[in-house]
Design a protein around this ligand. Structure first.
Ligand SMILES: *[C@@H]1O[C@H](CO)[C@@H](O)[C@H](O)[C@H]1NC(C)=O
Length: 282
């Protein structure tokens, strides 16, 4: 009887683990396994057996990488340490995107600055090929001193941008009010470091200082939690699948938006004299 009982519970355990592991894929990353270096020749590098990646930019070229896999919903975390010192004119883009003219895209872009002045974290959401949903923020720390975690939670109800687990922006599913929502096109993760000194630093006012090149940004601790099977399974209830932020996260979001948001398309009256896009009324 005891033997039967043990065998039976092991069988149950194996079954449950099997179901959990097919529905929830928590992927502690290795850059060799998860990403391809796509441009910039040896300006993009992977070190330490896959634990660290760097992108550089010099006068000749920037560099970039992309994920091997595509993702449809999930929580994607990456730690970045941005170009230090005089980074004016450099842009480090880190985003999710599908392909084609009606692609969807979820963007983080870090606009560099002269030494001691704040980076701008620029965000945007494209649905069905249409963006124009910019929000910009200063950060509450120096993003060049240490690694910080930049995350995207993407589920059928909302897209949440997070910095060190603090939500800074939420884009809700507004299909009921006629706003397309990304939910059918899988996206890859992309990142690139490039020269945008024709617009990045206050409309191109401050140029890149090439005497400080190469400019380098670092990446580590990539992690993706996704569903490989159905996200509706009761076994795959990762926190990222929750439909709403909890009270603490909503307070944090308000704190960031009140103190660090420097541009919000939903408050730009000049740009939308005929009225704001419908999602701004949510
Ligand atoms: C750079 O610093 C200036 C002065 O503090 C600030 O106005 C600007 O928003 C900062 N960021 C960028 C990308 O220009």
């Amino acid at each position: 009887m005891a033997y039967f009982y043990n065998g039976f519970s092991i069988l149950i355990l194996v079954l449950v683990l099997g179901i959990v592991s097919t529905c929830m894929v928590a992927n502690a990353g290795n850059f060799h396994q998860d990403f391809d270096l796509t441009w910039g020749d040896n300006r993009a590098k992977i070190y330490g057996g896959g634990q660290l990646l760097s992108l550089s930019l010099d006068k000749i070229s920037g560099s970039g990488f992309q994920s091997k896999k595509e993702y449809l919903f999930g929580r994607i975390d990456m730690q970045l340490k941005l170009v230090a010192g005089n980074s004016a004119g450099t842009v480090t883009a880190y985003y999710l995107s599908s392909q084609g003219p009606t692609h969807d895209e979820i963007d983080f872009e870090f606009l560099g600055n002269v030494t001691g002045q704040p980076y701008i974290l620029h965000t945007n959401v494209f649905t069905q090929g249409k963006g124009n949903r910019e929000q910009q923020f200063y950060l509450w720390f120096d993003p060049t001193k240490n690694f910080h975690t930049y995350s995207i939670i993407w589920n059928p109800q909302h897209i949440v941008f997070l910095v060190d687990s603090t939500p800074i922006r939420v884009f809700k599913n507004g299909e009921s009010i006629g706003v397309p929502y990304p939910k059918n096109q899988p996206m890859r993760i992309y990142s690139s470091l490039w020269n945008a000194d024709d617009w990045a630093t206050r409309g191109g006012l401050v140029k890149a200082d090439w005497s400080k090149a190469p400019f380098t940004a670092y990446y580590r601790n990539f992690n993706a939690q996704t569903c490989s099977g159905s996200c509706n399974s009761r076994f795959s209830n990762g926190a990222w699948q929750s439909q709403e932020l909890d009270a603490y996260s909503r307070r944090r979001l308000r704190w960031v938006q009140k103190n660090f948001m420097i541009y919000n398309y939903c408050a730009d009256y000049k740009r939308f004299p005929q009225g704001f896009p419908p999602e701004c009324r949510q």
